[in-house]
Design a protein around this ligand. Structure first.
Ligand code: KIV
Length: 271
């Protein structure tokens, strides 16, 4: 069962409620109104208008070229298609250098129909999280393999394998929650570390390449449908179209597998 009643929109407090009741949160990226309708009908709890659109929609090699206008445009389209799922808009690279600039971008996303904004990293981002939350804008944090750090990381690499890096990640997870984030995406993290962070986290965690111990899962929609986007598919990606038989069937198969805990299994996790 999804976190929402049939006709009511998923709210921010319902995320914590789902966690406390042991119900997994099902999240997918979404970029347009038609898919938003399909995902909404399949009972997906959260739609992320991710900056992954730079790679799977715009054809770039990374998420770095995505602009605030792009996220606002796609958020408005998704909001027109989905009435029930909670919509999260992603801050693109460089759009949140100061709290004031982040707030201006966040207002555009909220006006476009988002109920929450997502930003990568901790450190100086903590002030931004506080600034937004104090102004009633719910925040989702994103830690681990943060794609906007691709230049520094020298590629898309699993994070937190060494003891010191794992400790930094544990600390950052607590800091973003303390700053006021309501949700935490953990990407590209060994499964055991993500499970530890989830157990210690006061807010729900959503994994992508972070094993089955998180409170929910997210995938990029194109990956779930087996679409060749021209990019290497990471280990955690599973094509659900084969077993689902149709696009709607694939979305439902993914939602069911997340909710019954069968996805991700060990073959789709970093151990
Ligand atoms: O932009 C995106 O799609 C994301 C997910 C991969 C979590 O940030």
């Amino acid at each position: 069962m999804s976190v929402h009643a049939e006709t009511k929109a998923v709210s921010v407090p319902q995320l914590a409620q789902a966690r406390s009741e042991g119900r997994k949160l099902v999240m997918l990226t979404c970029y347009d109104a038609s898919f938003a309708r399909v995902l909404d009908d399949a009972g997906i709890d959260i739609l992320l208008i991710g900056d992954s659109l730079g790679m799977v929609v715009q054809g770039h090699d990374s998420t770095l070229p995505v602009r605030v206008e792009d996220i606002a445009y796609h958020t408005a389209a998704v909001a027109r298609g989905a009435r029930r799922a909670l919509k999260i808009a992603d801050f693109p690279f460089g759009s949140d250098p100061t709290p004031e600039q982040a707030h201006a971008a966040a207002l555009r996303f909220i006006q476009a129909g988002a109920a929450m904004v997502k930003l990568e990293g901790a450190g100086h981002k903590l002030d931004i999280i506080r600034f937004l939350v104090e102004r009633e804008i719910p925040v989702c944090s994103h830690l681990g393999l943060t794609p906007q750090s691709v230049l520094r990381m020298g590629g898309f690499k699993v994070q937190g394998r060494e003891q010191s890096a794992a400790e930094r990640l544990r600390a950052a997870a607590l800091e973003v929650a303390e700053a006021g984030a309501s949700l935490l995406v953990l990407e590209g993290v060994p499964a055991a570390l993500a499970a530890d962070i989830t157990a210690a986290s006061p807010i729900p965690t959503i994994g992508i390449g972070a094993g089955g111990g998180c409170d929910g899962q997210v995938l990029v929609l194109h990956d779930l449908l087996g679409i060749d986007t021209g990019h290497r598919k990471p280990k955690f990606v599973k094509d659900f179209l084969a077993e689902g038989g149709s696009i709607a069937g694939a979305i439902r198969a993914y939602a069911e597998a997340v909710r019954d805990g069968s996805f991700p299994d060990e073959t789709h996790s970093y151990l």
